[in-house]
Design a protein around this ligand. Structure first.
Ligand code: HEC
Length: 494
């Protein structure tokens, strides 16, 4: 009897310890889907731009932070242990430690692959390096490949293809011509063996290039059917999600987004290019991408999960059955947790997202206390916190002049029209904004190209009505008080 009591009380103590460990994750919000209810918890905090998340078959969540550290996080407690600090990482703006992939069969092949920028003399380079995990640390750095780097447009994501090859998505390193140049490894999807050699079944058995014509890939995902998807930053317009085919050309810098302009169509016919399966104007700055194949959250099954920076959201892109097109898009957390950098899924169907509020371009009001964070989204029955809902993408498009201004102009001239001193002129009180309609319309349609380092982009892709709404909003806001501009005036100025 005594023994039984002892066992019983021990069991209770153990149970409550376990509960306590789980309780220690802070619960933030709930999400109501059509049928399921989800909870959002803080798995980790006080991070410095967790650029890449990877769930590995050791049961841990791996995280690469931009400054050069790699850590492993225990999923039930959130306990984080640093396993690597790469001293030679060179971080500025969007360079630093970026992509990371853990071998899919980690127990037998304890390899971790990372991509980071470093300096070789005065040159900036982007390195793909393989490490081996033992005794709780990463050792034995093997440089697999080194390509051109820059302070921006480094791409960086790494993933495993269905048949165990390494895919590395690179950026054009801010030299647009790289993307179409077969001799350059920038602006490409590269395909390697895990020892760094070139697979014999690459399009050219002497080249790493698998697909070309990219500007700056920020997300790379492989579906359970083995389909490969990327997310990519457009210039002022046309962010993209692409489905990657062997030896295909995606058109940058001659094509942005859909092949809809006359010169794009000509290039597309001459070069047999592939169109994105989704494109966004106004831009959202898409980032991490993952495939959700599990049944745990049925509403998200067979979707791409995409985090966005500028639009500060998680997007659920529902795929059709063959995975070759996107049926619908739903937006979660818009402007709520801030910029979101990466997303991944564990083998229990829980989703992890990382914030990026300590990067070079934080939004007003951010970082929040204890940023950056990794949040876990998982199924629950109980609802105790605020309930968030998704919004269909078509209902989130900007409608009035103020919303159009914010998505197209606000990133530079700021929501209050005050601009940034010495960089982006104030539109409040500006003589050009309040001057003759025709010269203002010309600025909007053609841009201003005088100062090569700070240019005002051309907005000739806007519809007449949208352009008129933006200009009217500017001429009536922030103390400005000039006459409205209508769609016909825009049309006459084209
Ligand atoms: C990527 C940053 C950027 C975005 C986005 C942008 N602008 Fe500008 N804009 C500039 C810069 C830089 C200048 C100054 C160019 C110069 O004078 O050389 C400028 C100048 C202007 C001016 C002239 C102001 C003055 O007093 O000199 C107007 C008007 C203007 N922008 C309107 C807009 C509108 C309307 C939008 C949105 C549809 C927009 N801009 C979006 C960067 C931007």
């Amino acid at each position: 009897m005594k023994n039984l009591l002892l066992i019983f009380s021990l069991a209770i103590i153990l149970l409550s310890c376990k509960q306590q460990a789980q309780k220690s994750l802070e619960l933030l919000d709930h999400i109501a889907l059509a049928k399921s209810t989800l909870k959002v918890e803080v798995l980790a905090q006080d991070l410095d731009v967790p650029w890449d998340l990877a769930y590995a078959d050791d049961g841990f969540l791996w995280v690469a932070e931009q400054g050069g550290t790699v850590s492993r996080i225990e999923l039930s407690t959130g306990e984080r242990k640093q396993v690597l600090k790469i001293e030679e990482v060179w971080r500025q703006r969007t360079s630093g430690l970026l992509g990371m992939a853990v071998h899919p069969n980690f127990k037998r092949n304890p390899y971790v692959f990372v991509n980071y920028t470093a300096k070789r003399d005065s040159l900036m380079v982007s390195r793909l390096v393989r490490y081996t995990f033992k005794n709780d640390s990463l050792y034995d750095a093997q440089l697999l490949l080194e390509i051109d780097g820059n302070t921006a447009h480094n791409g960086s994501r790494i993933a495993f293809s269905a048949n165990g090859k390494l895919l590395w998505a690179t950026g054009d390193a801010h030299h647009f011509e790289n993307a179409q140049n077969d001799k350059s490894l920038n602006g490409k999807i590269l395909r390697l063996n895990t020892d760094g050699s070139i697979p014999q079944d690459n399009p050219n058995p002497k080249s790493y290039v698998w697909a070309k014509g990219f500007r700056n890939i920020q997300g790379l995902a492989v579906s359970n059917k083995g389909l490969v998807y990327t997310s990519e930053h457009g210039d002022a317009i046309e962010d993209e999600v692409n489905l990657i085919d062997k030896a295909a050309n995606y058109g940058w810098p001659f094509i942005e987004g859909k092949h809809d302009l006359a010169n794009e169509k000509a290039f597309a016919i001459a070069n047999n290019t592939t169109e994105p399966i989704r494109s966004w104007t106004p831009v959202i700055a898409p980032s991490g991408l993952t495939y959700y194949g599990g049944k745990v959250i049925p509403e998200w099954q067979n979707s791409l999960l995409l985090t966005t920076l500028k639009a500060r959201s998680l997007r659920v892109l529902k795929l059709n059955d063959d995975g070759k097109s996107i049926e619908s898009e739903e937006i979660f957390f818009a402007n709520y947790y801030g910029r979101l950098r990466d997303v991944c899924v564990d083998n229990n169907g829980a989703v992890y997202i990382s914030t990026s509020n300590k990067d070079w371009n934080p939004s007003p009001g951010f970082p929040l206390a204890a940023d950056d964070k990794i949040l876990r989204i998982s199924l629950t029955q109980k609802v105790t916190q605020k309930v968030l809902r998704g919004v269909k993408a078509e209902n989130a498009l900007p409608k009035n002049g103020q919303q159009l201004y914010q998505v197209y102009c606000g990133s530079c001239h700021k929501e209050d029209g005050k601009g940034v001193s010495g960089v982006f002129p104030a539109l409040a009180g500006s003589a050009k904004v309040n001057g003759t309609p025709n010269s203002l319309i010309q600025i909007l349609l053609k841009g201003i190209n005088q100062n090569p380092s700070q240019q005002m982009p051309a907005f000739n892709f806007l519809k007449d009505q949208e352009a008129a709404q933006i200009l009217t909003y500017m001429r009536k806001s922030w103390g400005n008080n000039s006459a409205e501009i209508d769609a016909n005036q825009i049309k006459l100025n084209r």
